[in-house]
Ligand binder design. Structure first.
Ligand SMILES: Nc1ncnc2c1ncn2[C@@H]1O[C@H](COP(=O)(O)OP(=O)(O)OP(=O)(O)O)[C@@H](O)[C@H]1O
Ligand SMILES: [Mg+2]
Length: 280
């Protein structure tokens, strides 16, 4: 599965592409009445067009916090987050969050109505073109035959297609997915991963995907950012473009699993600031 994104336009003297998402030195904190919690510390990464970029790290390392900050729901206390060179200050339709288990589909609306809804709600598009846009994107995800049915009549994989189609109809620069398959059994999870990859093959969307499963990161991701335990700092960035379900038994797959395991569990240097400090 080739990823044209990161290398597109590079070589032959062509100008290197600029990233869609540029996270630079992002320190993210929560202020609670008693404590200041540092969730991530000086995190850097870039996401390019058509990347399947995975944030991987143990529970509590700040993956969801990073996604929230990219979504514009919180601001870094240090560093910057830019989408297409614009500093992220608030949520916007250029960054669409696809929620866990795709429960955001409205059961009383048909598939077509579900896909049309955010376009109607945000007034991003002309009234007259919304239906056609929804039909086009549903065709892209191969659901044209199901436009008039309700979500409960679809399989989990098809629901995911609807949820992604709905997000894609808004023409975001990037899709944000926070552990979308975490609650599923192993078999269903695998099916959903395959479904996501085949959809990516057809449409080449750009996605920032959070997981704490090493295997899922390698299968789903084209690039993986490995984060340290709390507070999250960048341990490494790895390329996993060549791996899919078909090569989980290859020695190279096992070696990458091992390498990531080592990176996740090795001792880290202490963060120069206290990770939890009393608020004055
Ligand atoms: N609303 C909040 N208020 C205060 N602290 C928070 C809040 N949300 C998260 N935290 C803290 O920030 C740190 C990072 O949390 P976050 O949810 O980003 O981790 P995560 O990597 O997504 O973990 P998981 O894999 O369990 O989802 C944790 O120490 C957590 O306790
Ligand atoms: Mg989380």
């Amino acid at each position: 599965m080739a990823n044209p994104g990161i290398n597109a336009g590079v070589g032959g003297g062509a100008k290197a592409p600029s990233p869609i998402l540029d996270v630079r030195g992002a320190t993210l904190q929560y202020k609670t009445p008693k404590h200041l919690v540092t969730a991530t510390y000086k995190v850097d990464f870039d996401v390019y067009q058509s990347d399947r970029f995975v944030l991987l790290g143990p529970s509590g390392c700040g993956k969801s916090t990073l996604l929230k900050a990219v979504g514009g729901f919180m601001q870094p206390v240090e560093g910057t987050i830019r989408v297409r060179d614009r500093v992220v200050k608030a949520p916007g339709p250029d960054r669409m969050m696809v929620f866990q288990e795709f429960e955001q589909l409205m059961p009383w609306k048909t598939i077509l109505q579900n896909v049309m809804f955010p376009m109607q709600a945000t007034k991003r598009f002309d009234r007259g073109e919304i239906r056609d846009r929804a039909l086009a994107v549903l065709d892209k995800v191969k659901l044209s035959k199901f436009i008039d049915v309700y979500p409960h009549m679809l399989s989990g994989g098809m629901k995911m297609r609807v949820a992604i189609a709905r997000a894609m109809a808004m023409e975001p620069d990037i899709l944000l997915m926070d552990e979308p398959f975490a609650a599923l059994d192993a078999l269903t999870r695998r099916k959903m991963q395959e479904e996501l990859l085949s959809l990516w093959d057809q449409t080449r969307f750009t996605v920032l995907f959070v997981t704490h499963s090493i295997e899922e990161a390698i299968i789903v991701g084209s690039r993986i950012l490995v984060l340290s335990p709390h507070p999250g700092r960048v341990r490494a960035e790895l390329n996993a473009e060549r791996f899919t379900h078909e090569n989980v038994d290859m020695p190279e797959f096992g070696l990458l699993m091992k390498r990531i395991h080592g990176l996740l569990f090795e001792e880290s240097e202490p963060v120069p600031e206290p990770e939890t400090e009393a608020v004055a």
